[in-house]
Design a binder for this molecule. Structure first.
Ligand code: HEM
Length: 558
């Protein structure tokens, strides 16, 4: 028998070589010898062999699934690698190689399994055609409920519909437009421009992203609550409400990459980041409660004195409405409505503008064309004819006429969408137009960032900043919301889209008309991993006053 079975660990055993007389051995001694021989196999070699086998098997999955799938960990190791670099570029590459859709397999102990897509056909299916089958879903609701409650961002079905309808009427009312334009004008001319002037006087660079974030935060608080917290002031103060809002959003986002049972345990025991989140939400709540209480007193005073309502912010509008039972909305619900609108409108426009100014720095030709357009539009103004260029305050109808600027802002949003990825959940089994099978409960992530870089939609020059792609005969042409999804699409299209364009164009025109914005040399620019696409290191810029001869040059050519 010794000749049949070698002790060498690599020798294979062939049972057919055993004679019938060897039966006893085959059933008894064979097993013990076998165990004996295994004991001699160095354990480390066994592990290496196993590892190599698993590695080859996992890596072979890459061809079909876009990423290696590891036992237990699924695609998590690749995700960790992707998170360390530019996550959005990493996702775009995989989507490109997988024809626009792939299935992400998370670790077995997590809730990360999902379908990831950037295929416009799938987007139309999920945002419009089969809209009721793709709500935000319980996973999203659970994760963000502490901060957002039942506000519009976190609501589906009837609660969402009611808020959407009321807010939509409000957003399109003349009174609301007046509130938003007046508030913006005040912020730009009394606060933003003096801060920029001050940086020139002191010859100091500024973080333009920080300044713009402050501006839009004050602006959206005015829209939601009818008060602005004063973030945009010359000394750039830290406002507790704004800071708490930022901290609460960041901590909430961390929940998305933490297994649910872990953050729920941490919340229960009030530990770590959950403790911070609770504290921040308390500060936000106190601010909201204070504004709601003061507004109620103000309104009852107006009522007693028979005065007509002056305010047209969302809080005041919703306070005047009743729920299905004919009761006024609770303070908690009013708080939820306002907090959600602040989240929706606070950072989206400012980060878009930051990327826009960074792109302009690298594309002076585009900057010149914008200036030419602005000068053409104001050239008929009396004060401009008299040479009083600095006193120009753009009027809404002038902003509307700025098609080239509209195209430039759109192209910046195409390349750097403020919401780079978004999420839905499948209610009933379904199939995407590209053939992907969707099981009930599956999470679907759509990568808006990758969509802006698809040659199939935008052509070979899709990575270039080129406003001209949006223009036909000099007029701005809209793109389908399922190709250009920066503002979402279908029934949940961004409610603030028109206002956001107005806000971004007003700020951009007011700054470009007066200043050159130059990014500080070697300032690192990269996206931060968050729900909104902030610049990780802000945008350090130097400002230079524009020479009046430049304005004159363009006025004369018009
Ligand atoms: C560049 C600026 C903006 C961009 C790129 C943008 C983008 C988006 C996107 C992608 C969504 C869908 C989010 C989701 O459902 O997960 C959304 C929804 C929304 N946006 Fe905007 N937004 C911008 C500015 C604003 C502003 C300034 C406001 C308000 C003052 C606003 C109000 C809203 C609201 C209320 C929703 C929720 C709509 C709904 O669920 O029915 N947005 N926006």
């Amino acid at each position: 028998m010794q000749s049949h079975i070698s002790n060498h660990p690599n020798t294979m055993i062939d049972p057919s070589n055993l004679s019938s007389d060897d039966d006893e051995l085959a059933t008894g001694n064979f097993v013990s010898r076998q165990l004996f021989s295994l004991q001699h196999i160095p354990i480390i070699e066994l592990f290496i062999a196993l590892f190599v086998f698993i590695a080859i098997h996992s890596l072979r999955q890459k061809k079909h699934h876009g990423l290696p799938i590891w036992p237990v960990l699924g695609m998590l190791p690749s995700l960790v690698g992707g998170l360390r670099g530019n996550m959005y570029e990493w996702m775009s590459d995989i989507l490109n190689n997988q024809n626009g859709t792939f299935r992400f397999k998370g670790p077995s102990f997590s809730s990360l399994d999902s379908i990831i897509t950037s295929d416009p056909r799938n987007l139309e299916h999920l945002l419009k055609t089969k809209f009721p089958n793709f709500p935000k879903g319980p996973f999203f609701r659970d994760t963000v409920h502490d901060l957002l409650g039942n506000g519009i961002f976190n609501a589906d079905d009837a609660t969402w519909q009611q808020q959407r309808k009321t807010a939509s009427i409000e957003f399109h009312s003349a009174k609301f437009r007046q509130l938003t334009t007046e508030s913006l004008l005040e912020l730009v001319h009394s606060r933003l421009l003096p801060i920029l002037e001050n940086s020139i006087k002191q010859s100091l660079p500024i973080d333009l992203q920080d300044i713009l974030l402050r501006l839009t935060f004050d602006n959206v608080c005015m829209i939601a609550f009818g008060v602005h917290p004063g973030c945009l002031s010359l000394n750039l103060p830290e406002i507790p409400f704004a800071k708490a809002f930022e901290d609460a959003t960041e901590a909430t986002m961390l929940r998305f990459v933490t297994p649910m049972y872990i953050w729920k345990i941490m919340r229960y025991f009030n530990l770590g980041i959950e403790r911070k989140l609770k504290h921040s939400i308390n500060v936000v709540d106190e601010f909201a409660e204070d504004v709601i209480r003061t507004r109620k007193e103000e309104l009852s005073l107006q009522c007693n004195n028979n005065m007509s309502k002056q305010r047209s912010d969302l809080l005041t509008v919703f306070m005047g409405l009743k729920d299905e039972a004919g009761q006024p909305f609770s303070d908690k619900f009013l708080r939820d409505i306002c907090v959600n609108f602040i989240l929706a409108g606070r950072d989206t426009s400012s980060v878009a503008l930051s990327w826009f100014f960074w792109l302009l720095h690298h594309n002076p030709r585009v900057e010149e064309r914008i200036l030419e357009e602005i000068c053409g539009i104001v050239s008929e103004r009396e004060e401009v004819k008299k040479g009083e260029y600095q006193s120009v305050i753009f009027r809404p109808e002038e902003i509307k006429k700025m098609d080239y600027l509209h195209a430039a802002v759109s192209d910046a949003l195409r390349l750097y969408p403020s919401v780079p990825v978004d999420h839905k959940e499948v209610v009933e089994d379904d199939i995407f137009p590209d053939g992907t099978v969707l099981k009930k409960g599956t999470k679907v992530i759509y990568v808006i960032y990758a969509m802006g870089r698809m040659e199939g939609i935008w052509g070979k020059d899709c990575r270039e900043f080129k406003p001209e792609r949006w223009l036909r005969d000099g007029r701005f042409m809209n793109e389908s919301a399922y190709n250009f999804t920066a503002f979402n699409g279908g029934p949940r299209l961004c409610l603030g889209k028109d206002f956001a364009y107005y806000q971004m164009k007003f700020v951009a025109a007011s700054v470009i008309y007066r200043y050159h914005v130059k990014v500080v040399e070697n300032h690192p620019v990269a996206p931060k991993l968050a729900l909104t696409m902030y610049m990780k290191h802000g945008l350090k810029v130097n400002l230079y006053r524009r020479d009046e001869s430049e304005i004159q040059k363009y006025l004369n050519t018009n």
